[in-house]
Write a protein that binds this ligand. Structure first.
Ligand code: EPU
Length: 421
């Protein structure tokens, strides 16, 4: 096991280039199963979740070649073998195997997903969608078994605008007979990215990015080449890190529109921001105003930036309130920030944050974005070394984090964690 060592007090300076979006990549890789010939994905991030997904596809018989930021997936020899255990258990997003295998083979057995356990995360809306398309879904000893004699298009109203359920239904419905309409669909940019890939593979999907998505099922899909959108959460994390350390950073290879909710909030706090076509410059200031932040579904403030934003708000003057309306209890970073001297209390869905200086401490990342919050907090500390354990979570969503931060002038390195007897 490794830990991150962070010597803070250095304003981040320079340029950081953002890689492809994790939450797109881990939907686009299984989507390739629906094709009969090779799918090439460019701008792929180098993350442990991506490696797990390539393992899953190889286990099914796909030929996967991953080199640099490109992955070539030849799914022509794939079969739908039951996957009750193994790599599917390591990844929450292995739920996309259900939609992809159901679409192509009308049958799948997938172990219940693992991943970041910051609160119970049901998949009832995914299952409701598959059932509406004509599948029988049963839970057999902890694995979900899906079977359909035939998939038929249907009208599906999602009770919650779930990213995962929207994508999963698009995957299965692409190979169903007739038309499917998803109402109250999630509108996140990653959904548009998946629809773009599926359409390039021969699917007929309209309305992705709005709350009504229409899918005309097709009988065959083919390979194509697709470039993944930039990771807006990674970009947002660097924007916050630049502001929190009072630095000056150009965040390159981003779609500024995807970051509007964060940009608006940082501007409100007093951060200087310059938006260019494909990059954003963040110029930190000595003092920041407090702010109230509400994490909502897209285009609201992203829940995945809620934890990093908590660290930013410790740097503001006065009291800020940060509420998460997507997840009710995504606050595992708070007790760790308190160990670093933060004055935060959690009340229901909200964290109440009083601005204060942070000090170095030994802290533990309990999930991916909590880890990002602790790294940002460590970067703001003026003296001493902050030790962050739980690095395996951070590696799920931030590629080249240490080298990127070092390139921006931070004093950050990895060390092996000594297991105490
Ligand atoms: N929900 C249900 N039933 C469902 C599905 C979701 O009640 O069947 C609820 C969830 O409990 C939650 C809300 O709906 O309260 C949103 O969940 P959603 O399904 O949208 O989340 P997800 O698809 O499982 C993706 C990202 C998350 C990100 C959320 C929200 C992937 C693999 N994961 O999760 O990313 O937080 O959307 O934007 O795309 C992360 O990157 O750190 C991460 C956790």
């Amino acid at each position: 096991m490794e830990k991150l060592m962070i010597g803070g007090g250095r304003p981040l300076q320079g340029v950081v280039t953002i890689s492809g979006a994790k939450n797109s990549a881990i939907a686009l890789i299984p989507a390739a199963i629906l094709a009969e010939s090779e799918v090439v994905l460019d701008n792929l991030p180098s993350l442990s979740d991506v490696a797990v997904y390539s393992e899953i596809l190889e286990e099914l018989g796909a030929n996967v070649t991953w080199s640099g930021s490109q992955m070539r997936i030849d799914p022509s020899r794939i079969v739908s073998i039951p996957m009750p255990n193994g790599p599917v258990k390591k990844l929450r997003a292995s739920y996309y195997m259900m939609g992809a295998l159901l679409g192509r083979f009308k049958e799948a057995t997938i172990g219940l997903p693992g991943g970041c356990n910051f609160e119970p995360r049901p998949i009832d809306q995914h299952i409701k969608g598959f059932e509406a398309l004509g599948a029988t879904v049963t839970n057999e000893h902890g694995s979900i078994h899906l079977y359909a004699k035939e998939l038929r298009g249907a009208k599906i109203y999602l009770d919650v605008s779930s990213v995962g359920a929207t994508i999963n239904i698009m995957l299965a419905a692409s190979r169903a007979k007739g038309s499917t309409i998803i109402e109250n669909a999630a509108k996140e940019p990653e959904i548009i990215d998946v629809a773009t890939l599926l359409n390039s593979m021969g699917a007929v999907i309209k309305g992705a990015g709005t709350e009504t998505i229409r899918i005309e099922g097709v009988t065959e899909m083919h390979g194509c080449r697709h470039s993944i959108i930039p990771d807006r959460i990674q970009a947002g994390t660097y924007m916050i890190a630049a502001a929190a350390t009072r630095g000056n950073v150009l965040i390159d290879n981003v779609i500024p529109k995807h970051l509007e909710a964060l940009t608006a909030k940082l501007l409100e706090m007093g951060v200087r921001i310059e938006e260019l076509d494909e990059s954003i410059r963040v110029i930190g200031q000595a003092k920041y105003e407090n702010a109230d932040v509400k994490a909502l579904i897209y285009p609201g403030f992203p829940t995945d930036l809620q934890s990093p934003m908590t660290s930013m708000l410790t740097q503001a003057e006065g009291v800020s309130v940060l509420s998460d309306f997507v997840y009710s209890n995504r606050f595992k970073h708070v007790p760790e920030l308190v160990r670093m001297g933060a004055k935060i209390r959690v009340e229901g869905r909200s964290a109440i944050i009083e601005g204060s200086k942070l000090n170095a401490a030994k802290v533990k990342a309990a999930d991916l974005r909590a880890g990002a919050a602790l790294v940002i907090a460590g970067l703001t500390v003026e003296e001493g070394i902050t030790e962050v354990t739980g690095v395996e979570y951070i590696d799920r969503g931030y590629d080249n984090l240490v080298s990127n931060l070092r390139h921006l002038g931070a004093d950050v390195w990895r060390e092996s964690e000594q297991i105490e007897e």
